[in-house]
Design a protein around this ligand. Structure first.
Ligand code: FMN
Length: 396
């Protein structure tokens, strides 16, 4: 209750990105003392066995992670972990440092619990990001999300992603190829098979040089049609990618209006509540196509434990959030974790991982591709874990 008031009375007086900087700086300063870190480790960092998920070669303390875009400067991920997130995806990082679009470049739509952003990948570049990751002191799972440098031509993209991989793979727990941000011209074309194939092989070659295997995933757009989704799923399986992060922000503004009630001012990519239904529909579609052969990370409009639970039942092994955290505040991740533990216990489970894909296995989840918010499964359904879900996520 206090945070929404604080958001309205204080944070909203600032430009959205300035508010983000303020939150980042304040939390870094407040969490610097060792004693505070110790207290947070004891109180907010998830330890419940019900939340533990083994996948992508790691044991995640919670399936709830921070989506890309929250820590673009790679200097906030440890504090985010201390607030209770099970993992953090930093970036998007590009091979060369860049400024991104001129500010302002984030707009709030609080009534719809949504954000619009056209940031264009401001980031310190892969070498600096890698240096910051190497200096981490908290035992936290960190993925690196990489994209194409703006001044690199689309035909040279593979080499650019490869250069980022060279820097970041040795200090990342997983890598994500971002081929779906709407704010870098031509980036989404990388989702097409003839572009994605050479990109993946180039990055793969670089990953082979790494001492330890680093899982490779792609992050896709919610604006692909069913045929395009199928093509990406098939290619991801053929290329033996480890997983798919679904979804990025949308260009479909039909669910949201401008502040004056008209579509004026709508630009960039839309995230948050208006994306919820589409994110779930895309997840269901992908799960139907790939089964449990890929690890699915669902992101888009997650605000409540029930939202996250729906994604798990629909086949996500992990979930991520960005906008829900912005509007939910610093205690949001620990509330989400508590809610997820409750949902697991209410259904007689011992671990959330037992429920991955549960709705698709008993025919309840379907993959009709409907854009329906929380259609099924609902928390009222007395779902029990399916007998064999061990393969639902790639166990360590
Ligand atoms: C301000 C902002 C910046 C973002 N930057 C990135 C980014 O750099 N790379 C990326 O892959 N996704 C980025 N995203 C997309 C999020 O990671 C996420 O996919 C999307 O917002 C949907 O999740 P949400 O509804 O929980 O916000 C950004 C989102 C927002 C709101």
């Amino acid at each position: 209750m206090i945070y929404p008031l604080f958001f309205r009375l204080v944070l909203e007086r600032f430009d959205a990105e300035d508010a983000h900087r303020l939150a980042r700086r304040a939390s870094r300063a407040l969490m610097r003392p060792r004693i505070i870190r110790r207290v947070l480790r004891q109180t907010l960092v998830p330890k419940a066995p019900e939340l533990r998920v083994e996948t992508l070669g790691q044991a995640f303390p919670s399936p709830l992670g921070v989506a890309a875009g929250m820590d673009k400067d790679v200097d906030w991920f440890e504090e985010l972990g201390l607030l209770g997130f099970g993992f953090v995806e930093v970036g998007t990082i590009t091979a060369q440092a860049q400024q991104g679009s001129p500010e302002p470049r984030i707009a709030r739509r609080r009534a719809q619990q949504a954000l619009l952003n056209w940031m264009g990948f401001p980031n310190p570049g892969a070498a600096v990001a890698a240096d910051l990751l190497r200096r981490r002191s908290e035992p936290l799972i960190v993925g690196s999300n990489i994209g194409r440098t703006l001044n690199v031509a689309p035909q040279d993209a593979a080499e650019d992603y490869r250069a980022s991989t060279r820097e970041l793979a040795p200090c990342s727990d997983y890598m994500v190829l971002n081929v779906s941000s709407p704010n870098t011209p031509g980036l989404q074309d990388m989702q097409m098979a003839h572009r994605l194939r050479p990109l993946v092989s180039s990055v793969r070659e670089e990953l082979r040089a790494n001492a330890t295997p680093v899982p490779l995933l792609i992050k896709i757009s919610p604006d692909l049609d069913d045929n395009e989704l199928d093509a990406i799923c098939d290619l991801a399986m053929e290329l033996q990618l480890d997983g798919i992060v679904a979804v990025n922000t949308t260009r479909d503004f039909s669910n949201v209006t401008g502040s004056s009630g008209d579509p004026a001012g709508l630009r960039g990519g839309l995230s948050g509540r208006p994306l919820k239904g589409r994110a779930l529909a895309v997840l269901r579609h992908i799960r139907q196509r790939v089964g449990d052969s890929l690890v699915l990370i669902s992101v888009g409009g997650i605000e409540t434990p029930e939202d996250a639970w729906d994604r798990i039942l629909a086949g996500a092994t992990l979930v991520q959030a960005h906008t829900g955290f912005v509007y939910g505040g610093p205690l949001w991740p620990s509330r989400m974790n508590r809610g997820l533990v409750r949902l697991v216990r209410e259904r007689g489970g011992s671990s959330i991982q037992e429920f991955v894909g549960a709705a698709t296995m008993d025919g309840l989840g379907g993959c009709a591709g409907d854009i329906v918010e929380r259609q099924i499964p609902s928390p009222d359904l007395d779902l029990v874990p399916p007998a064999d879900t061990a393969g639902a996520a790639r166990a360590v």
